[in-house]
Design a binder for this molecule. Structure first.
Ligand code: SOE
Length: 389
């Protein structure tokens, strides 16, 4: 079996999730090439050396320029905060490497446009993908299929929320996700981007939006040191600094298909740890997904017999369901980390076939364009259309 050398930039929360995926993918799926974990990259030598050892990388680099120049690396994975996506991705593409980039593609629409142009210019032999990992939840795949094959009829409503509470405490420090220069935006780019990508995957393109964005907690203690494993913990200093992104964003959408959509994303919803949920209503039925119960899809079909109607809960772990047959017997459930393994599996298949798997950089740009339209609508107070590439 062929191998492809992988270089991963970033070793915090996403770096750990991606590392785990590279370690596991060839153990459960038939992939060709199989990934070889050549080097982890980060600026702090002591930190990256320790992480490389813990996460199973053969070596490390402290400069991404050196990483992308290595002949033994064919795939560069970018799992850093958004402010460095563009420069690393452009360098990797210029070196002819395949690229996986964490979501959202970029911090601004202009950056996303430049990255898309570079991916197109790199030619069809260079595979690129954006890691919106929730597309790879088996229940989400089933939802998409039920809509694509017409089971739900004409789609009228998309209703999605992504609710978290990890920054609800005003004493939680000002980590990079709350700084515009590093993250681009707050709840909008961090988590609304996910439900928007899911909407694009399941319902189709969003044609126009109108939204609100709020920053309820305007300053926070500075961060003493970045947190460990989960990436969503940190130690607070006494000095404070301004929060420069949104805590919460909501928007209404009209889809190109004529369906309507609502989106709400907040990191200030006490008790909601990682509540990424959507409901779709079609002329012939409805479906409901909730990430906190990710092995299940709830489906209502209007043509079920009278007296027997109601939401059924499908445990999406049968061999017939996407990805799950490669893991465990039916009913032996999957978790968050499997979504990353599935993404890497599809990426490796794409590399073999010479085609970029979805979400492509086009998809990443389209998502960014809607995020940008939401921000414009907050300023203009009116409906705004996403820009074209
Ligand atoms: C923090 O809000 C975060 O880790 C996001 O950055 C991820 O994209 C999301 O999947 C989980 O929450």
């Amino acid at each position: 079996m062929a191998e492809i050398g992988v270089g991963l930039v970033g070793y915090k929360f996403m770096g750990r999730a991606h590392s785990n995926a590279y370690r596991q993918v060839a153990r459960f799926f038939e992939v060709d090439p199989a990934p070889r974990m050549m080097a982890l990259c980060g600026r702090d030598e002591a930190g990256v050396r320790a992480a490389a050892q813990q996460l199973g990388w053969e070596g490390y680099e402290t400069d991404y320029h050196r990483l992308v120049a290595r002949d033994d690396i064919g795939l560069v994975d970018v799992a850093t905060p958004g402010n460095s996506h563009k420069e690393v991705v452009l360098a990797a593409l210029a070196a002819g490497k395949h690229v996986l980039c964490e979501k959202p593609l970029a911090n601004t629409l202009d950056e996303a446009r430049e990255m898309l142009a570079a991916a197109r210019a790199a030619g069809p032999g260079v595979v690129t993908m954006v890691n919106f990992n929730y597309r790879r939840v088996p229940a989400v795949q089933l939802a998409q299929r039920l809509i694509a094959n017409g089971t739900l009829g004409e789609i009228r409503h998309w209703r999605a929320v992504y609710l978290q509470d990890w920054i609800n405490d005003p004493e939680f420090p000002l980590v990079w996700r709350m700084k515009k220069e590093l993250a681009g935006s707050g709840a909008l780019g961090d988590i609304a981007a996910h439900i928007l990508d899911l909407a694009h995957f399941i319902v189709g393109p969003v044609a126009e939006v109108v939204g609100t964005m709020n920053t309820f907690i305007k300053e926070r203690p500075l961060e003493v040191a970045s947190g460990g494993g989960s990436g969503l913990t940190a130690e607070a200093a006494t000095e404070k600094g301004p929060v420069t992104v949104d805590d919460a964003t909501t928007f209404l959408a009209r889809f190109a298909s004529g369906a309507t959509g609502t989106f709400e994303a907040t990191r200030l919803a006490p008790g909601r740890r990682n509540y990424n949920s959507f409901e779709v209503n079609g002329s012939n039925g409805s479906l409901v997904f909730n990430l906190e119960r990710l092995n299940e899809l709830r489906v209502f079909l209007a043509d079920d017999p009278e007296g027997m109607q109601g939401f059924r809960t499908i445990n999406v772990t049968e061999p017939a369901h996407p990805y799950t047959g490669a893991w465990w017997p039916a009913g032996h459930i999957l978790g968050y980390e499997h979504t990353f393994v599935h993404a890497i599996k599809d990426l490796l298949d794409g590399i073999k076939a010479g085609t970029s798997p979805a979400p492509t950089f086009e998809d990443g740009f389209r998502c960014q364009a809607v995020l940008d339209a939401v921000e414009r609508s907050v300023d203009s107070g009116s409906w705004e259309k996403p820009a074209e590439a």
